[in-house]
Design a protein around this ligand. Structure first.
Ligand code: ZN
Length: 175
């Protein structure tokens, strides 16, 4: 099932997420729905806050391989950094260069409850870092240079206002 992707300005994207305690059917369904949503939006990664749920859950699909990460953490980072352009399904139309570690090692639980330790570089390493940031309430535009931030400020403010306007409108319909 494809879920609604929350957009920049939605407070759910700013909240820190909680760990999953039990991998039950609800969590498995959430993971499947997040994969559907990511594919529908042609993304390579999606974090639970982006579908309005503050749980430490991430999905990534790169080169046909789907990863479902529960309670992921970065346990090591390379000193070497790379600056690459990124985008985000929650911030449509914005592409900016972000400096991140070139390689990271992550630890997570998979949907079968097994602990996985995996190293990622290139696009995978970047996806790990970008998605785990979402779980801490950080979106990539907070990691860009201050010059780029200044250039983008108006656009982001407009996007935030629009998101809040739509949210208020939807709330009104529910009432
Ligand atoms: Zn994102």
């Amino acid at each position: 099932m494809v879920l609604e992707i929350r957009k920049y300005g939605d407070p759910v994207l700013k909240k820190e997420s909680q760990n999953v305690e039990t991998i039950d059917d609800n969590i498995k369904k959430l993971l499947d729905d997040m994969v559907d949503t990511m594919r529908e939006a042609s993304g390579v990664g999606l974090a639970a806050p982006q579908v309005g749920i503050n749980l430490n859950v991430v999905v990534i699909e790169i080169e046909g391989k789907v990863r479902k990460l529960i309670n992921p953490e970065i346990i090591a980072k390379s000193a070497e950094e790379e600056t690459v352009e990124e985008g985000c399904l929650s911030i449509p139309g914005v592409w900016e260069k972000v400096k991140r570690a070139a390689r990271v090692k992550v630890k997570y639980t998979n949907e079968n409850g097994e602990e996985v330790i995996e190293e990622g570089e290139g696009l995978l390493g970047r996806a790990f870092q970008h998605e785990i940031d979402h779980l801490k309430g950080v979106v990539f535009v907070e990691r860009i240079s201050s010059l780029a931030k200044n250039l983008l400020a108006k656009k982001l403010l407009k996007m935030k206002k629009e998101t809040l306007r739509i949210m208020k409108e939807e709330e009104g319909i529910k009432l």
